[in-house]
Write a protein that binds this ligand. Sequence first.
Ligand SMILES: Cc1cc2nc3c(=O)[nH]c(=O)nc-3n(C[C@H](O)[C@H](O)[C@H](O)COP(=O)(O)OP(=O)(O)OC[C@H]3O[C@@H](n4cnc5c(N)ncnc54)[C@H](O)[C@@H]3O)c2cc1C
Length: 402
Amino acid sequence: MLAKWDSAKEFAIFNLILSTLGLRIMQKKKTFGRREIFRAAGAGVLTAALSNCQVGISSGAAYRRPYSRRPWVAPRISTDNVIREVVGHRPYRPSGFVVKSEQFDEKTVVHNYGHGGGGISLSWGSSALAVRETIGMTPEEVGVIGGGVMGLTSARLLQDAGWNVTIYTRDMARHTTSNVAGGEWGPYSVHDPAVSSEAFKEQIQFAARIAHHAFTSLGGRDYGVRWTELYNLSETPPEEGGEFEHLYPYRTDLQPGEHPFPVPYARHELTMMIEPAIFLRRLIDDFLQNGGRFVIRNFNSKEEIFALPEKIFFNCTGLGAATLFDDTEITPAKGQLVYMPPDPDVDYLTIGGGNGNLYMFSRTDTLLLGGTFKLGDYSRNPEPEETARIVTEHQRIFSGFA
Ligand SMILES: Cc1cc2nc3c(=O)[nH]c(=O)nc-3n(C[C@H](O)[C@H](O)[C@H](O)COP(=O)(O)OP(=O)(O)OC[C@H]3O[C@@H](n4cnc5c(N)ncnc54)[C@H](O)[C@@H]3O)c2cc1C
């Protein structure tokens, strides 16, 4: 697997690849435990009738926030305010995402797919590992298959390393799963730790550190990346440590009575919000400005890909890898999001706090409520009962703001 550098020279070359993005990789500091925010399967559906009552702009002024000096402001959540319901399919593999090269006669394929619920977060790191597979090759023409976040970040790193890149894709980024993502920096729901190997667990740590480091140097409006507060809400005291604990600064565990949420515990930390629409658009601009080319194309088999003139391809097709490269493990994890108009007064995110995989992300383009995690479900329709559950549960979460 790809968890370690083979030599100091490789490490130096790889750092050079990343330096155009202002990135530097730090060597591993320590090994961390695991933190599971999302429960990985089958959220129960609330059948309770959906109330139309609205939670107003009430503030949790009675409580002191651990970081911000402003009071907590409750989002305005009501069925009347739903502007859109969105469905996406996370490309989930219990054993984790695939980064490796494979030889097919004279054609080389570097796989970079299967990132489940954490592909935005892992993008730069996983793509850096994929590009590392080209060390020792002379940069020439390369084809990237897929124009989601993995295809675009792989393409940019390849360009920085001197390759001429063509992205062949069925869909431009705005029609991909990547554009549906909530966008919180959190590489969770990516693998099943009971199934994935130790080598994979090292690989995800490595990819997460590189990606996190990359995003910290892309902060600001241009790339749609900013730091924000996150509250993890739970019925039981949160675990010590956690899989990516070191990447979440300002962690404070609020005890019962110290916060306005309707659960006993609220873990506060800082995270990054990566707004997918802005980020993906900017990646496309960067790709084109560096001489990149898009070809809109749907492939029905890998043989159709191998008929192209390039000798090396990056497979960044997400769920598409199931049919193109016969991956029998990859499966969709259907997610459903409910969009409300943006609310600039809500300057934090929440995860948890009720039934299912709940989250509230306040973005500049929408106030987004999730979520759903339905394994094996390829259906594309928003389910009214899921919307009802997500809205009612979030109304309840913010109902106690005085
Ligand atoms: C509801 C939801 C919420 C999420 N929230 C977050 C979050 O908060 N944070 C986070 O980090 N991640 C999140 N994710 C996960 C993230 O969206 C995915 O992990 C990521 O988008 C996967 O990116 P990708 O580029 O591999 O795949 P995709 O975005 O699916 O792109 C695949 C590309 O391959 C192309 N393609 C596929 N098959 C073919 C073919 N046969 N021929 C030609 N082209 C093909 C497609 O057209 C597309 O361009 C969320 C996902 C969902 C659904």
